[in-house]
Design a binder for this molecule. Structure first.
Ligand code: IVH
Length: 697
């Protein structure tokens, strides 16, 4: 929950929390390096505030509560007008309550609200004298800040010269856009520096850095203006302008504002409209080229602002509606390498699962090996992970100062993880030298596998040979291979050729469930393929099924059904080839489902009229099978269960009707005993389903 707080039990816990928060705030505001992610800091600060409310006599002087920038004083340039912070709300209710209290205070309804992005960077004041940019100052503690004028010229949106010779202070946020952040980290790591953990840290570090051998760009967004009195000069700006017009005025002078973005400040006339715009901004967040951490809502009219006034920390006429944190620090546990359809070998980060914005994130994209090197990622690193809306989570960068020295380099694959061939690493994106054929090798090997067509003697090496010789472009081509073609291959003698041809021929007799499984349709592994085959009984019916019909199969939801239908359309040519090659397109023992209109009185789909021994039962197999069942793989046992009318499952639960427990059965047996599930040994089970045992056993 975004506005939850750390619970502090006693004075000692409170003191420790104050210490932790002060250190984190010091690091955050001084160097821009976060030791805690924003969410963790906010929870700590709320815990401290709650404790202080209960125990006002114990409040420590160094507590960050009620201080701008957590009370950290940085810099010695006094501000013309204090640079205040903002109070926060976290929900529509809190926002409405805040607006109501503001209206009560000023004694009239607020008729104009400005709704703006809360830019996630650093507050600065840019002082222009007679139109020339003279000084750039950080917020510091709100009363005085640090002079960072050395950064003038590196900030997009802060021109050295305004359109008019006015003396004015532009206030706003300096940040790095996503592009600038990526560029900054490339440059930094090229110069041997540690990457910035996120764009905000990047902006903070860059703004303060002097004498760097390279220049990194940042961007300024103005959100306020202070007209400075300058004797002898015309007024910088008309007095009493509404806030929205002040921003337009700043833009007119040549300073950048958020006006040109999708989340441009918008003036609305009611709290309801403001709430609608807040939600709109929130939904646009993930697609923005820069970071926002909330929405700022301001009373737009000068008179409303004046009558509301300000507290020591924040104005009463504005509020920050915080959005859920989209960045969290977690650990990088490993890197997986996956091969795409075109042979591209793409790395994926495996993370210690972390909850971000309502979902658990366990993986993040890494684009290519160079990306890993450029970010200097190491296994065991703390990493800043970003996830917003529907976007795929990404690692921003390692939090380099949290390293312990135990981190390990990421190991890059030396051969293709899919087919074992060489890797072409001449481009940024690595690729299996087989390109699209890499997946072909994998998909033909899969189709020939033990649980699919079970073609003995057709391992990956053989498949590679066949693909390389151009003999096989899909697994249906196996069935038209000729003896001479095989004999011409290296290491293929007469005997192995004949054996392979015989094994391929035998595969023609495999039931539909295995042929279907061999197609490799996403989401249809062994047991789902069996269920589909049993339900429809033949391939034509499966292919004729629409999304709705497919959902009648146990375990198929709308999404999966749609995927299967679409893939089957794509696979039509392959299926035609398999039919022509004489593969079995029916499921032995299965009865087709009733035609529409016949439903009801006919037997349930996939069931024989006579009834089978395991009808309606959910069966789990564990331990080693013996006797008649000894040679059956787990998949074959499951096939057997389903042929006999049952549903095969891999785990014992209340719904399990029978556990077939062989030798060395372990925890599943114990669990079945605890739940009172019926248990049968291999022999008893073999007798029960004797009519369904495969004949070769
Ligand atoms: S108005 C007196 N508007 O958020 C009014 N602040 O958490 C003070 N911020 O210190 C600020 N976007 O650094 C304002 N559109 C926006 C903002 C914004 C980001 C920052 C600013 C402020 C902090 C408070």
């Amino acid at each position: 929950m975004t506005n939850s707080a750390v619970v502090l039990a006693d004075t000692a816990a409170y003191a420790a929390a104050v210490e932790e928060a002060s250190q984190a705030a010091a690091a955050y505001y001084a160097t821009g390096e976060s030791v805690l992610d924003d969410d963790a800091y906010d929870r700590l600060a709320r815990g401290i505030a709650a404790y202080e409310k209960e125990h006002p006599q114990d409040v420590l002087a160094e507590s960050p509560t009620g201080k701008v920038a957590g009370g950290v004083a940085v810099g010695d340039v006094p501000h013309t007008v204090p640079m205040l912070s903002l109070d926060n709300v976290f929900s529509a209710e809190q926002f409405a309550a805040w607006a109501a209290s503001l209206e009560r205070r000023i004694g009239r309804p607020v008729t104009a609200w400005s709704v703006e992005p809360k830019l996630d960077g650093l507050a600065v004041a840019a002082r222009y004298r007679a139109g020339r940019l003279e000084q750039l100052i950080t917020r510091g503690d709100g009363t005085a800040g640090e002079d960072v004028s050395h950064a003038i010229g590196t900030v997009v949106g802060l021109p050295r010269q305004l359109a008019e010779p006015v003396t004015i202070e532009m206030r706003g946020e300096i940040l790095m856009t996503t592009e600038q952040f990526e560029q900054a980290n490339t440059l930094r790591t090229e110069h041997g520096g540690a990457p910035f953990a996120n764009a905000r840290n990047g902006a903070a570090g860059t703004l303060r850095a002097k004498d760097r051998p390279y220049t990194v760009e940042m961007t300024f967004f103005a959100y306020g203006v202070v007209a400075l009195p300058a004797p002898g000069e015309p007024a910088a700006m008309p007095a009493e302008l509404p806030h929205s017009e002040t921003l337009a005025h700043a833009a007119g002078l040549g300073v950048h504002t958020a006006a040109d973005t999708a989340v441009a400040p918008r003036t609305v006339t009611s709290v309801e409209e403001a709430q609608a715009r807040i939600e709109e901004v929130a939904s646009l967040r993930a697609s923005l080229p820069f970071g926002i951490d909330g929405v700022v809502i301001k009373a737009d009219l000068a008179a409303d602002q004046r009558d509301a006034g300000s507290g020591t920390r924040a104005p009463r006429w504005a509020i920050a509606y915080k959005l859920p944190a989209v960045e969290k620090v977690t650990r990088l546990l490993g890197v997986e390498w996956n091969v795409g359809r075109t042979g591209i070998i793409a790395p994926r980060a495996v993370l210690e699962p972390v909850e971000i914005d309502g979902s658990t994130v366990s993986f993040a994209t890494l684009h290519n090996p160079a990306d890993i090197t450029r970010r200097d990622l190491r296994i065991g690193d703390h990493v800043m992970v970003y996830k917003a809306g529907d976007i795929i989570p990404r690692i921003e960068a390692p939090v380099a100062h949290l390293r312990t020295g135990d981190e390990q380099p990421v190991v890059f694959p030396e051969v293709c993880p899919q087919c074992g061939s060489e890797i072409d690493s001449s481009e940024q994106r690595w690729r299996c030298v087989r390109g699209r054929n890499c997946r072909l090798v994998a998909s033909v090997s899969y189709a020939a596998g033990r649980d699919q067509l079970d073609i003995e003697g057709l391992g990956a090496t053989r498949v590679v040979q066949l693909v390389d010789a151009g003999l096989v472009a899909d697994f249906a081509d196996l069935f038209t291979l000729e003896r001479e073609q095989l004999l011409a291959l290296e290491r293929m003698g007469e005997t192995s050729t004949d054996n392979l041809l015989a094994a391929i021929d035998a595969a023609r007799a495999q039931p539909l469930s295995r042929v279907f499984c061999a197609l490799g349709v996403r989401g249809t592994g062994r047991s789902m393929s069996r269920r589909i085959a049993r339900y429809f009984a033949d391939m034509d019916r499966i292919r004729a099924a629409d999304v709705e019909t497919l959902q009648r199969v146990d375990g198929i939801g709308k999404e999966k059904a749609a995927g299967v239908v679409a893939e089957l359309v794509e696979l039509a040519p392959l299926i035609e080839k398999l039919v022509a090659a004489g593969l079995t397109m029916t499921e032995p023992g299965a009865t087709p489902p009733p035609e529409p209109g016949e439903e009801g009185d006919a037997a349930a789909p996939g069931e024989g009229v006579d009834g089978r021994p395991l009808d309606g039962m959910t069966v789990v197999v564990t331990g080693a099978m013996t006797g008649a069942l000894e040679k059956l793989s787990r998949n074959q046992m499951n096939e057997l269960i389903e042929r006999a009318g049952g549903k095969a499952s891999s785990s014992v639960s209340k719904r399990t009707t029978l556990l077939v427990a062989g030798e060395k059965a372990g925890s599943k047996r114990t669990k079945a005993e605890d739940l009172g599930v019926r248990i049968a040994g291999p022999q008893e089970f073999a007798e029960l389903i004797a009519d369904f045992l495969p004949s070769e056993v």
